[in-house]
Design a protein around this ligand. Sequence first.
Ligand code: PAF
Length: 307
Amino acid sequence: MNASHWILGPGAIGRLLAHSLAPTCEVTLIGRRALPLFQTLHSAKGERRTQSITCATPAQLTQGAPAPPAWLHITTKAMAVEPAFETLHALLPATTPLVLWQNGFLTQPELTNRWPGPVLCASTTEGAYVTGNDRIVHAGRGHTFIGNLNGRHTALAQALAAQLDRAGLATTAVDDIRRRLWQKLAVNAAINPLVAIHGIRNGELRGAAYASDVEAVIREVAAIMALEKIVAPDGGDEQDSWRALVWDVIEGTANNKASMLQDVEAGRPTERAAILGPLIAAARQHGLTVPILEALDKALAKLEARY
Ligand code: PAF
């Protein structure tokens, strides 16, 4: 068996990681409530794989006093990272490498500065969703990038990328994870708040009723990216590069119910603090006004206050 992995947050990405690593590594999936031992993964091609995956609550781990893991992956939503991490903190040597799998850019800098051990951030385009306590669907194969925000721990990032790659999740260690997290955040900011507020699928943003709103968000996001010196994935730093990226993703995910819309429909807190928060904070730092992003943030806060 290879190194042991604790995976905190048994959502879709957490369970996808557990399914992938379990055949070759010691894996413990950690969540607030107990999950069935036998977990099933359905692939997009209709294949099915059931395997036993050790699941535990933080209380059970604390009582059992297990050997600490070689890796702690945190796969909760951004706003759940702090309370979830708090439940395990006392069990972890300060040298334990953390791997943060969140969207946005909220907890990544915070934990990178605070945790004494190595902190790696992951940005993934793997598509998965939960269909029950004991099953997930791996809907689309993607790619995962792993790196440290300060360009440190290169060998560790490479070792983890190789392990994930061997486990079937295409992964590359990179030295520009900050840029990649902000690029993903830019796309998320242009799509997620609008679809969550209007209760629509991504593709509906192409319609006359919403397209100008998307354009307005892109203009503000592109201005912030330019000030933060984040180039688009095509290497361009002009508004057109961001426009092309956002409309491509809308096209490619036209049938999707975006994650923020799913959160609103389920009455869960959204990731607005992790997605809009860093953009609005960066705009303020640069003395830039971003009325559209601020209005979206307020509208989402109002929606969340209802439940
Ligand atoms: O959050 C999501 O759902 C996705 O990141 C995206 C790109 C908005 C597509 O649905």
